[in-house]
Ligand binder design. Structure first.
Ligand code: NAD
Ligand code: UDP
Length: 335
């Protein structure tokens, strides 16, 4: 199978490329503005060299995109601006990247009768119902488990531009669903829940901008490497479920190889049993770093900061993100 991977040079794309090259006979046609994270897979010396090609391309303004989609059996769209620090500081880029720029990709897939696997996000669910209820009600899973076919999407007001990303992603999901309903587009929508692993984001000032704010794992790693306190936004109360990227990629490969079971589905992909608060995550990372760097854990600390101080005006947060895995378990046998 020939797979056009838009945004395939990023964190998730790089792991998917590794998997496709090492364990399948599929061909990857990678489209991205950067190849930095997949350079180790490119070049003549690899046994898979004839099965991977890189196209340096910005999908906003490149007419070659339709030709590449047309020549492939499957398109996987990973391209996005997807770091929360950008949502309220670069809201236009965020909306364009996650909605407007996806429109031609969806159209080319429909027009050419090509299958599309599109990367959405767990953030489309926004806040849980439980976050609005008194504490005693929050213990019931029906108020916090996120189900693809049942849960509402609960965002804050327009001035809270944090939700521009989630709204843009949701509109794209709805557009794909409408193309499926009216024009027969064969689609799968993937909602990742905080996938983590090597090559995720950047360390500010080392392999990214000095003033950049990556996602939480890279922020805390940066703090530890610099001997700074780990900053807990609004006390680090928010909770997340984390999943190792290589486990997640197993699920994506099942979607690629089982179109009859994956087409027409929206899949949560996460680990419901791996929930921690951001504060607990910081404490865990301090313990691990103290061990590997042979420094006393007592020399490492956390610092409470307000979200406005850390991210600026317009930030808001999801309280919890626990995936219901019923649909992916039923369709693809994933536990
Ligand atoms: P990433 O930023 O590492 O990868 C995105 C890639 O898209 C980058 O390499 C970027 O250069 C490329 N890109 C962006 N705009 C482009 C354009 N106009 N033209 C060409 N290339 C462009 O992010 P990731 O973590 O690999 O995420 C991939 C997808 O999964 C995104 O859609 C993201 O919203 C979604 N997602 C990821 C997570 C996670 O846990 N990592 C969680 C929720 C959703
Ligand atoms: N966060 C934090 N300190 C940091 C970076 C992030 O407390 O240095 C918090 C952030 O406010 C959010 C959580 O960690 O509650 C996860 O943030 P991330 O940027 O990884 O993405 P999200 O899961 O919100 O999409």
């Amino acid at each position: 199978m020939s797979i056009c991977m838009i945004g395939g040079g990023g964190f998730i794309g790089s792991h998917l490329c590794e998997k496709l090259m090492a364990e399948t006979s599929h061909k990857a046609v990678v489209v991205d503005v950067s190849s930095e994270k997949i350079n180790h897979l490119l070049g003549e010396s690899h046994p898979w060299s004839s099965r991977i090609e890189f196209h340096h391309m910005n999908i906003k303004n490149d007419s070659r995109l339709e030709t590449l989609i047309k020549a492939s059996d499957l398109t996987i769209n990973l391209a996005a601006i997807c770091t929360p620090a950008d949502y309220n500081t670069r809201p236009l880029d965020t909306i364009f990247s996650n909605f407007i720029d996806a429109i031609p990709v969806i159209k080319y897939c429909t027009d050419n009768n090509k299958r599309l696997i599109h990367f959405s996000t767990c953030e489309v669910y926004g806040k849980t119902i439980g976050s609005f209820l008194p504490h005693e009600f929050r213990k019931d899973p029906k108020y916090y488990m996120l189900k693809e076919d049942v849960s509402p999407c609960i965002f804050g007001p327009v001035e809270k531009q944090r939700w521009s990303y989630a709204c843009a992603k949701q509109m794209t999901d709805r557009l794909i669903y409408a193309e499926h309903a009216e024009n027969g587009l064969k689609f799968t929508i993937v909602r990742p829940y905080n996938w983590i692993g090597p090559r995720m984001d950047f360390i500010p000032g080392v392999d990214g901008p000095c003033d950049g704010v990556p996602r939480v794992l890279a922020c805390f790693s940066n703090n530890l490497l610099r001997g700074e306190p780990l900053k807990l936004v609004d006390g680090g109360r928010s909770q997340r479920t984390f999943l190792y990227v290589k486990d997640a990629i197993e699920a994506v490969l099942l979607m690629i190889d089982n179109p009859e079971r994956a087409n027409g589905q929206i899949f949560n992909v996460g680990n419901p049993d791996n929930e921690v608060s951001v504060k607990e995550l910081a404490e865990l990372m301090i313990q691990v770093y103290a061990k590997v760097a042979s420094v006393p854990a007592s020399s490492l600390s956390t610092l409470d900061v307000s979200s406005e101080e850390f991210y600026g005006k317009g930030y808001d947060d999801s309280d919890r993100r626990i995936p219901d895995m019923t649909i992916i378990t039923r369709q693809l046998g994933i536990q």
